[in-house]
Design a protein around this ligand. Structure first.
Ligand code: NAD
Length: 495
């Protein structure tokens, strides 16, 4: 296992890419402006980063459009595109330590999680779409024999990708993989809190043979660079991951501009249901704790609403309390740390605000509930509220921090009613031995993913990921993701 000293030494010698990446070159923002990238674990500035705005977006979109039109990538043999993506996946793994460290320093997650989960997940996504690039067949429609009608999938053109800060590189790779495999060009805006790993990835993509101009990265703020990308008349599609609130803005930008396609991976308030028939309460309690404390609770699919059947409630809460004790807040570079810092001061204050509201509304605090003592950065202790009712603010709004709301139900019907009583529909889980009940409940839950007797067990790329209701639409992962980066064309030939 790598020690704290190993990571601290590596951090001291790190060379950080801090400029925009346009047309295969690192460049300053046209305005010359920069912003500070803060390490949330220390509250200190790591580096000044180019602050791109509308002018840089215009330039990058033009570069991406030129690359698309001259066919340097869009007309390359799909097997060649696949090979280069495979090489990029390999390079991600070769630079795993550097990328994991950048991720941890920039947004506060434990470096050990970034090493074990984020970076291998990024490589897996890029490899997966690299392998898929030349395995996609088009269709011949079953028309009258006097005609030949081909239904082909064509790349859209220039894709604007806008991603959040909780899994900066992984959210980017889930989109870059299929968008590039299909032959598109990209202008990507990372979250302002976490641009560093993606800026380094751009250079690795060049090294892997992805031609200049095909993958451009513009660090900057949502209200400027993000909005300019959303409103741009020459961007064909926006692939967005982030909050529901900003997702709605991208729908508006599309309507106000060129009706660009939009796919939205937004927020969640996922229910985690423990029935009386749960096959293993210890396992379920461990899963319930990691479902909310992993990545400091900054996970779109966080199991933030735990629904427990009254008949097993007391026994389960004891097990949950034991399982929660293994989630340790600490320095993200320390190998024993399982929970790092929240991404920024404003977000920490927001999470602490929800804790105050929960107390005021009458929920019972059973664990944590405070900022972690003795640390300069933005750490919050793992927090559990019991006696939460479905109308309370913490049962309804996405907190995006380590705060679990425990609700009690009597029987299957009530569990489903409470679980579905939300504007979101990203994920859900049910623990239940009886196969009929498990299927019945899985079918009744309104969510893009339902786990049975587990919580988010794998980073498997073969299954689609995305939401129902205000958690968004469009899917990442699996071959279905390719649908959103392509359009169908019918070519009808009269014979
Ligand atoms: P956010 O919506 O504030 O920001 C996401 C991105 O949008 C950032 O790059 C930001 O700069 C940009 N943005 C912000 N305001 C904008 C504007 N006015 N115009 C254009 N762009 C703008 O979200 P966040 O705080 O970075 O991330 C947390 C959210 O992301 C949570 O709601 C979480 O559930 C969601 N999320 C969803 C998934 C998923 O796959 N469904 C995955 C991870 C995170």
């Amino acid at each position: 296992m790598r020690t704290y000293e190993f990571w601290a030494d590596k951090a001291a010698g790190l060379s950080i890419r801090n400029q925009a990446f346009i047309g295969g070159q690192y460049v300053d923002a046209l305005s010359g402006k920069t912003f500070s990238s803060i390490n949330p674990a220390t509250a200190e500035s790591l580096v000044q980063v180019a602050e791109c705005d509308g002018a840089d977006v215009d330039l990058a979109v033009k570069v991406a459009r030129d690359a698309f039109e001259d066919g340097r990538w869009s007309n390359m043999h799909p097997a060649q595109r696949g090979k280069r993506l495979m090489r990029l996946g390999d390079l991600i793994m070769e630079h795993r330590e550097e990328l994991a460290l950048l991720e941890s320093l920039d947004m506060g997650k434990p470096v050990s999680d970034a090493m074990a989960i984020d970076i291998p997940g990024c490589a897996r996504a890029i490899h997966w779409y690299g392998e898929a690039a030349d395995k996609l067949m088009d269709e011949i429609a079953p028309t009258d024999p006097s005609a030949l009608a081909m239904v082909t999938r064509e790349a859209l053109g220039v894709i604007g990708i806008v991603v959040p800060w909780n899994f900066p590189l992984m959210m980017a790779c889930w989109k870059i993989g299929p968008a590039l495999a299909a032959g598109n060009s990209i202008v990507l805006k990372p979250a302002e809190q976490s641009p560093l790993s993606i800026l380094r990835l751009a250079e690795l993509a060049s090294e892997a043979g992805i031609p200049d101009g095909v993958l451009n990265v513009l660090p900057g703020f949502g209200e400027t660079a993000g909005q300019a990308l959303g409103l741009h008349m020459d961007v064909d599609m926006i692939a967005f991951t982030g909050s529901t609130q900003v997702g709605k803005l991208f729908m508006q930008y599309s309507g106000q501009s060129n009706l660009k396609r939009v796919s939205l991976e937004c927020g969640g308030k996922s229910p985690h249901i423990i029935t009386q028939d749960c096959p293993d309460l210890d396992k379920a309690a461990a899963a319930a704790a990691s479902a909310i404390f992993f990545n400091q609770g900054e996970v779109c699919t966080a199991g933030s609403r735990l629904l427990v059947d009254r008949a097993i409630k007391d026994e389960f809460m004891e097990k949950l309390s034991r399982a929660s004790a293994s989630h340790v807040v600490g320095d993200p570079l320390h190998p024993d740390t399982t929970m790092g810092a929240l991404v920024e001061e404003g977000h920490m204050k927001r999470v602490l605000g929800y804790i105050d509201t929960a107390k005021a509304e009458g929920a019972t605090l059973t664990l944590g509930g405070t900022r972690t003592e003795g640390r300069a950065g933005y750490f919050v202790d793992p927090t559990i509220f019991d006696d939460v009712t479905p109308d309370m603010t913490i049962a309804r709004e996405e907190i995006f921090g380590p705060v679990l709301s425990v609700l009690t139900f009597d029987g299957e019907e009530e569990a489903i009613r409470i679980a579905n009583d939300t504007i979101y529909g990203l994920a859900a889980a049910v623990w239940c031995r009886d196969i009929s009940q498990a299927h019945r409940m899985a079918r009744a839950l309104r969510a893009g993913t339902v786990w049975v007797n587990c919580w988010d067990p794998t980073g498997d790329m073969t299954v689609p990921f995305g939401g129902f209701k205000q958690s968004g639409f469009g899917r990442d992962k699996s071959l279905h993701a390719l649908e959103k980066y392509t359009d169908l064309k019918t070519t009808w030939i009269q014979l």
